[in-house]
Ligand binder design. Structure first.
Ligand code: NAG
Ligand code: NAG
Ligand code: NAG
Ligand code: NAG
Length: 382
């Protein structure tokens, strides 16, 4: 209970900050151009993998055609709640079947496809999107962009999906054809998707701050205006997400369901872990010195080594030290306690929602401890 109270005070303070910052980021009206692609997005009944053929239709279209179908009612209910956007890595029904689908509103399939998952998600009123990336060298080439967009739309229609998440993370210099090309890519993708599949969802992933993190000088405000949602990858860094470049209602606060393990060259008296310098995009010391670990493994390690739980007051995240044959290590991660602060912050600030990378990272086995872990982590979501 004490945790909840502290969390509330914290989010209220941050809310004031948001309001102050928010003034700078009022979105402007865009002139919407229509895009020449017109395709029938309805699934052919023969190829539909779902038992109930209606489940193959993108939810936004089903909403117009079959507004009283039970799964459409689920979708309509979910449209009114906070977005819960999950990245899902390759897994089968034995894992994704244990997600709390009453919470999920969108799932982004990370480089895999599972028709059964699409049927199941639609049944639960959750949209399913694919990931898309684009080669930097062709960003300035409108023909290449249009070809790519056509391909993405065909793919989405063929797979009965609801949209696309553009996961472009390369470094781009400001005031270059590539920087402007990326903005155009987002605008053209959103226009084409909205025209081919009305109500479809086009989202874009951004770093935890708009100020050229990892060399990513993108036109954030325009990208936010053109897309339906912005997924803030508020992980791998100490987050400054409140100074984001767009209105809160488009922002999804992305949190990690993983952490970083760092080998320490030396651990000093104050528990400061000195790490190897591994340069990344112009920064000598980066998180590339560490390795990502899923939440379930982090908990196992902490339990196995009976490591003392520490709390970092600045980032509101836990960490611990442990030593094995290979030497001293330090792990930083997010858990029930730290995630609660972050979810509450998003909700109180009027964000579109929250999301996690990835939903797979829990222990989905059937042991009592695993079941408890699943229940705790899913129940915290708004
Ligand atoms: C939708 O929400 C309303 C009100 O919260 C509830 O009564 C209804 O049962 C829900 N319908 C579905 C299909 O979940
Ligand atoms: C632009 O992309 C198209 C299609 O990929 C390609 O055929 C063309 O050569 C490219 N143009 C330039 C200038 O690179
Ligand atoms: C990074 O390391 C190189 C080589 O040791 C050094 O020349 C450079 O000044 C360092 N840069 C920063 C920002 O510390
Ligand atoms: C775990 O650590 C705590 C405090 O550091 C200690 O009291 C306890 O006995 C340890 N338990 C085991 C099983 O080593």
């Amino acid at each position: 209970m004490a945790t909840y109270k502290t969390a509330l005070v914290f989010v209220l303070i941050l809310l004031c900050i948001t309001i102050t910052f928010g003034k700078n980021y009022v979105s402007s009206l865009n002139v919407v151009e229509t895009f020449p692609i017109k395709q029938d997005a309805r699934a052919s009944p023969n190829s539909c993998p779902c038992k109930n053929k209606l489940l193959c239709m993108p939810l936004s279209q089903a909403k117009n055609k079959y507004p009283t179908a039970p799964h459409v009612l689920n979708f309509i209910n979910k449209s009114k709640k906070t977005e819960v956007f999950a990245f899902v890595a390759k897994c089968d029904a034995s894992v994704w079947g244990k997600f709390d689908w009453s919470k999920l509103t969108t799932v982004a399939l990370f480089n895999f496809y599972d028709a059964e998952l699409v049927c199941y998600a639609h049944q639960q009123g959750a949209q399913v999107v694919k990931l898309g990336n684009f080669p930097t060298s062709k960003l300035g080439n409108i023909t290449a962009r249009q070809q790519w967009i056509k391909m993405q739309i065909s793919d989405v229609i063929l797979k009965f999906l609801d949209g696309i998440n553009i996961d472009y993370e390369d470094a781009l210099d400001p005031f270059t054809p590539e920087q402007y090309g990326l903005t155009s890519l987002v605008k053209e993708t959103a226009d084409a998707f909205h025209s081919a599949i009305p109500g479809s969802q086009v989202s874009f992933d951004v770093a935890w701050s708009p100020h050229g993190i990892d060399g990513r000088y993108y036109e954030y405000k325009k990208i936010a205006d053109y897309s339906d949602a912005i997924f803030i990858m508020a992980y791998d860094e100490q987050s400054q997400i409140l100074s984001g470049p767009c209105t809160a209602r488009k922002l999804i606060l992305g949190v990690p369901w993983y952490g970083y393990i760092y080998p320490c060259l030396q651990l000093d008296k104050n528990n400061k872990c000195y790490i190897k310098e591994v340069p990344f995009r112009g920064v000598n010391c980066s998180d590339a010195a560490g390795k990502e670990l899923p939440f379930r493994e982090i908990l196992n390690i902490r339990q196995f080594y009976n490591a003392t739980y520490h709390w970092d007051q600045n980032s509101l995240t836990p960490w611990f030290n442990f030593k094995n044959k290979k030497g001293q290590h330090q792990i930083w991660y997010d858990d029930e306690r730290s995630l609660l602060y972050k979810y509450m912050l998003a909700v109180v600030s009027g964000f579109r929602g929250v999301g996690m990378y990835t939903a797979n990272d829990l222990d989905y086995s059937d042991t009592p401890e695993a079941k408890l872990q699943q229940e705790h982590m899913w129940s915290l979501l708004p």
